[in-house]
Design a protein. Structure first.
Length: 762
């Protein structure tokens, strides 16, 4: 019995060996046959592919892979270029064209899979032809009974069941306003794909960049993992998005929708919802913002919401877009030292409306909770008709001024830090397209406190310290500020009222500046066009050194804060025009002023060193004078200084002159040379006593200083100086009479008695 079992097992073993040997022989024979037919098949496939293509196929190398995709074979094309040279469909990289094996042996080509790697794919439309239309149109003959009969091209079946992508860049542009780039790291499409139908399941990871749809332009790249189904029926003109799931590190999106062509128009019905949204990621999906330092705004929190796009899209129509979201535990970090708005609970609703003019569109935002620097903030914003937006706002609490950058012109305004502490503050009917401080104030009502506000206006750095501002419904603003700074000029204890009426702003203000008191009263007209400031100023006890330093010497180098000290009283009438950008039109400025400087000191005036042969150099470097009084006029870009006698510790002289904004000068000087020579012979007066007031003597010197402050020219001209003094005296008298009428007796003075007998003052 055992021997019979052994015999049976031996027979089975022998049969198995025979079967294995037979299989190996068949396999070797099959491989040998495939290898033997490879060149012929490759040549046949390439020839058939070239024959079916409307554009050229170029490649660096080609081979037939038998085993990698078994039981299918693959035609591997390396360094491929497919399509026209000017606008190729596929450029560079490798493509594996996976073919069914057994039809291939009978020289029939059936493509069921493509693998594209390290390539660049262009899906673009040129006139009426897409770049992917690389195959010739099929020739279908119609029989007598009306049935379709395929031509010889039936040997070519371009139906693709699967496409795999690896490190491939997809560039899309339909030449109708939609374009984007997708860098595909890894992805595949399973389904039915041919020249007229794309119907497949998608599983892909990559980065979307440069997306443009109509007026929308993507601001930052978006990395994603995407699954879902997509169907594009070219014949029916429909596109379906089914169960799209798009995941990013900062947001998860669920998308579905339908797009179809109707009567030459595109119908869109898309729905999207998200949860666990990072506001910073949502910000990156917004269009590029025309907000200064927008990229430096940082957002965090948890957002959820939904978006719907529904309606016709064409050159004349736009679909209706509705949007709603909620942000919880949100934080906005402002640029620079602007601080943070924390603990945000914010609801936002947007509706683009159905009407073309946007009259039924709106944006609503409700800040139910927020905290800035430990102070709470609530707000309600309503904006109707988005295309011509009118804004209504209600605020209560600490409002970060940096938020104003969202509605102001970034070319002129940049709010940096600080806050306005509002007490039931409202803005009603504010047109955001024509933002200006004037209109903003006109539409605002309520009480607020300022706290260390810093902003930039048209290049000027402005600071507002702690203070109170009240805005009434009639356009009146009452303010009290502990501190107000314009660049280096600092005012303190500012009080006053401004009345905003139509195109005028009337104002009365008082404050402290450079150790003195300042009062001003005037009007600003033409605010919305080219403003003109007309104001009268009364300044008492201001320190000239600090005044020059705070205004950076009024952009001149002739007489600076390093040269002049003394307490000044000034009465001045000013007319200052501005352009539309807020820049002063310098050559149209008009100023008429009376100036009185007491206990003055003039140090290190380089222009005076040339008189050292008449006066001790040490005296010229440090000149003291008790009182300087004169009148001043600015007109057509020139500063006019009427003739005045200056009594000082170094030299007594009469002088007048013209000094342009371009630093061109023309000064006339008369010096009592006899007195000056006598003083030169004396020892240096270290006490700096003022010289006796003598303008005439047995020798007088007459000098004309001309040229530019950087290159002063001197000449002696007695007749020219005296004639200039006579004309200048007439200007001085006219200025004195005008300013006395404007300000009263405070600006009226006459020169001391010992000066009155000088002929040029008669």
């Amino acid at each position: 019995m055992e021997s019979e079992i052994l015999v049976v097992q031996k027979k089975k073993y022998t049969i198995l060996k025979v079967l294995i040997i037979a299989f190996l022989v068949l396999a070797i024979s099959f491989l040998a046959m495939m290898q033997w037919k490879s060149d012929a098949i490759v040549g046949k496939v390439i020839s058939m592919m070239q024959g079916q293509m409307a554009d050229s196929l170029r490649y660096e190398d080609v081979s037939l892979e038998w085993l990698r995709y078994f039981p299918s074979a693959a035609l591997r094309l390396e360094g491929i270029d497919l399509g026209s040279e000017k606008s190729p469909f596929i450029q560079g990289g490798n493509i594996d064209v996976v073919l069914k094996l057994f039809p291939l042996l009978s020289e029939r080509i059936v493509i069921n899979r493509l693998k594209i790697s390290d390539s660049k794919i262009h899906i673009t439309k040129n006139k009426s032809r897409w770049s992917y239309e690389v195959f010739k149109k099929s020739d279908d003959d119609v029989s007598a009974d009306g049935s379709n009969v395929k031509s010889d091209s039936s040997k070519w079946d371009a139906m693709v069941r699967q496409i795999d992508f690896e490190n491939t860049l997809l560039v899309y542009n339909d030449r109708s306003g939609t374009s984007f780039h997708v860098e595909i790291i890894d992805g595949n499409v399973d389904g039915e794909i041919n020249g007229k139908l794309f119907d497949g399941d998608i599983d892909m990871s990559g980065t979307l960049d440069s997306l443009s749809v109509g007026s929308y332009h993507q601001s930052q790249p978006f990395t994603f993992e995407w699954t879902g189904a997509y169907k594009y029926d070219l014949t029916a003109g429909t596109q379906e998005l089914k169960n799209w799931h798009i995941k990013n590190d900062g947001i998860t999106l669920e998308v579905s929708g339908l797009m179809k062509k109707e009567d030459g128009r595109q119908w869109v019905d898309l729905h999207a919802a998200w949860n666990d949204g990072d506001p910073q990621v949502i910000k990156s999906l917004l269009p590029v913002q025309k907000i200064k330092d927008w990229d430096q705004y940082s957002f965090s929190g948890n957002s959820e919401g939904q978006l719907e796009i529904k309606g016709y899209s064409s050159a004349k129509e736009s679909p209706r877009i509705t949007f709603s979201s909620e942000l919880k535990n949100g934080i906005i970090k402002f640029p620079g030292e602007g601080g943070q708005l924390r603990g945000i609970v914010l609801d936002v609703a947007y509706d683009a409306g159905e009407q073309k003019d946007g009259r039924d569109s709106y944006l609503r935002a409700n800040l139910r909770n927020g905290s800035f620097q430990g102070n709470s903030l609530t707000a309600d914003l309503r904006m109707e008709n988005i295309k011509s937006p009118i804004l209504d706002v209600e605020l209560k609490g600490a409002f970060p001024v940096s938020l104003l950058n969202l509605i102001t012109d970034p070319a002129m305004w940049t709010f940096k830090e600080g806050l306005f502490d509002f007490d039931q503050f409202t803005i009603q009917g504010f047109d955001t397209k024509t933002f200006s401080t004037k209109t903003f104030i006109e539409k605002s009502h309520g009480q607020l406190k300022t706290k260390d506000v810093r902003f930039e206006y048209n290049g000027d750095q402005i600071e507002m310290g702690d203070g109170d501002i009240a805005l009434a419904e009639d356009g009146t603003m009452n303010l009290e500020l502990e501190r107000f700074a314009l660049n280096k000029a600092i005012g303190e204890n500012i009080e006053g009222v401004l009345e905003f009426k139509n195109d005028r702003v009337n104002f009365e203000l008082t404050g402290d500046h450079s150790e003195g008191k300042v009062e001003t009263k005037g009007v600003l007209t033409g605010w919305d066009q080219a403003p003109i400031l007309k104001a009268n100023w009364i300044v008492k006890g201001i320190e000239m050194e600090q005044l020059l330093a705070s205004f950076e010497n009024f952009d001149q180098t002739f007489l600076t804060s390093e040269n002049l000290k003394g307490k000044a009283n000034v009465w001045t009438e000013t007319i200052i025009p501005y352009d539309k950008k807020g820049n002063i039109r310098q050559h149209e400025v008009v100023v008429k002023a009376a100036i009185e400087i007491n206990d003055g000191q003039l140090k290190d005036m380089k222009i005076l060193e040339d008189f050292s042969k008449y006066v001790h150099m040490e005296d010229l470097k440090d000149i003291r004078f008790n009182t300087f009084r004169n009148y001043l006029k600015i007109e057509k870009g020139n500063v006019y200084c009427p003739v005045v006698f200056i009594q000082s510790s170094a030299i007594n002289l009469s002088v007048n002159g013209i000094h342009s904004f371009d630093q061109d000068i023309l000064y006339n000087l008369k010096i009592n040379a006899g007195q000056t020579a006598a003083n030169k012979m004396k020892k240096i007066d270290f006490i700096k006593r003022v010289k006796q007031a003598k303008k005439s003597g047995w020798i007088n010197l007459y000098f004309v200083l001309g040229g530019n402050t950087s290159d002063v020219k001197y000449e002696q001209n007695q007749k020219g100086v005296i004639a200039s003094f006579e004309q200048s005296a007439e200007m001085k008298e006219a200025l004195r009479n005008y300013l006395v009428d404007t300000f009263g007796h405070d600006v009226y003075w006459i020169e001391p008695n010992e000066w009155e007998d000088i002929p040029e003052y008669q």
